[in-house]
Design a protein around this ligand. Sequence first.
Ligand code: TEU
Ligand code: CA
Length: 579
Amino acid sequence: MKNHFLLIIILLACNKQDVQYECEDMVKREWWKEQVVYQIYPRSFMDSNGDGIGDIQGIISKIDYLDTLGVDIIWLSPHFDSPNADNGYDIRNYRKVMEEFGTMDDFDQLLNGLHERGIKLIIDLVVNHSSDEHRWFQESMSSKENPYRDYYIWKPGNNGKEPNNWPSFFGGSAWEQAGPDGEYYLHYFAKKQPDLNWENPKLREEVYDIMRYWLDKGVDGFRMDVIPLISKHQDFPEMDEEMLNHPEWIYASGPRLHEFLNEMNRKVLSNYDVMTVGEAFGVSPELTQRMTDERRNEIDLAFLFDIARIGRDNWTQNEWKLNEWKALFTMQSALDRFHWPTIFLTNHDNPRSVSKFGNDSPEYRAASAKLLAMLLLTQRGTPFLYQGEEIGMTNYPFTSFEQFDDVEIKGNYDDVLASGVSAETYLAELNKSGRDHARTPMQWSDTILGGFTDGENSWLGVNPNYDEINAETDIRNPNSVFHFYRRLLDIRKDNESLIYGEYLDIDPDNNQVFAYTRSGVGDTYLVVLNMSDEAVSFDINNEFKGYNLILCNTERTDDIIGQEQLKLQPWEARLYRSN
Ligand code: TEU
Ligand code: CA
């Protein structure tokens, strides 16, 4: 009886604002909620042997750098054997390392090297599709009777044409005719990326075996490529005009997704202490929430693309307003205690964050890159940092199509021009939106090719601004973007409020200043970000009087909030702590 009474009191208390602390404690603590992830795109990170292609020994040579920066988890984009139709997102052998990247011994050395420094490693699980050069596909294509036929999705033609009108994300039809029987196989991405048939339990067991193979080696989890696409609508419905522009609405809403993820969790993931983050491109927030609901045993985290891709419509980048963007952060952080968000501004498929969300002109680049660092590391959710972001790398100034490598950009070229768009317009949009911006080699120093390689060429052009923007220069300068990240990573580690604290946007309608608090687990933090090229005054509530400035990207001297107005310089970012 007494216990029941106590419980009721606690429940009542939890409903009140002022005792948020106890309620916050109910979020289940997990290492992957507290740590910061750094994504490596191996092809572009560091070349150790002069062939112009990044490799595993190159990464190993930069472990100290990663350790100094202070990140906790590395996400490695695909390192598996691949003919590289899509830079490794087309896997030929899931148990072999890509030859250009090195050997399995190199991989083991990387894993151990990271673990020795307490850094975890998660790898990319690409199992919506494989390469057409995978042994399974070769078998599958060879005849209708082959035992591997059902590892992929084959359909007879429809009156001599494709089985239906589904488009590929990378241009043209999603169907390709192959093999002696004249049937078509499904490929949501390039022709060389046939989709695997998850309806087949044998295929699912193969995937689980691959997962166990890498987990038993000691990897700490997976980033799951386009995971919402694995379940296909078995009636293969024709798409109308609107859907043809957003095929992901059909592709990412298959009926058995949750069942498959649940099975994967039960048979594999639940036996290991690992993290999983699903790429939820094109998925509704509701579906994302179902996949990551802790009570459902599917996956831990998902990348919701609304924040990183605001204003994007396919390859076009439209204007957007700060208040719309801020509303997305509020929406993400308002999830209940059974969900945990991710925070990321870019990855290998998107433009550089400072070019999209900051101002990459020489005048404001460093300031705005630091501001974005503060945003990324003080929001509620697990932060994902992309290589080069920590030194404020910018978009590449593309002037011709020959400079691109990306299968998406090239694959869509014909369709885009056929729709009446000029090559100039497409190029201008790609200069804002293209995937190759993020894939140009990491800029390590001001020596030729940015110190990325000792060879004569790099597989993709190095941004010509490497003499200004590079890791060596940043490490030498205590006021650099790099050291600002370091400091923030340090501050975040020691301050629970910045991790588990409540999030509150204190001025959601303001279209220049992004200001919010994190509170409830010890100190309260106030973050004030001027996301504009103008100096602005920001009215501040009395409750923040006496807050101490603990980090700022300008040389400020007043470090305690006294008056009601903060005078902010363009792109100024301030972090304050209560008492
Ligand atoms: O990306 C999925 C995806 O949907 C994007 O390619 C998207 O279509 C594109 O960025 C829009 O501009 C994942 C990988 O991250 C990407 O690199 C791969 O190309 C793709 O899957 C296929 O594996
Ligand atoms: Ca190399």
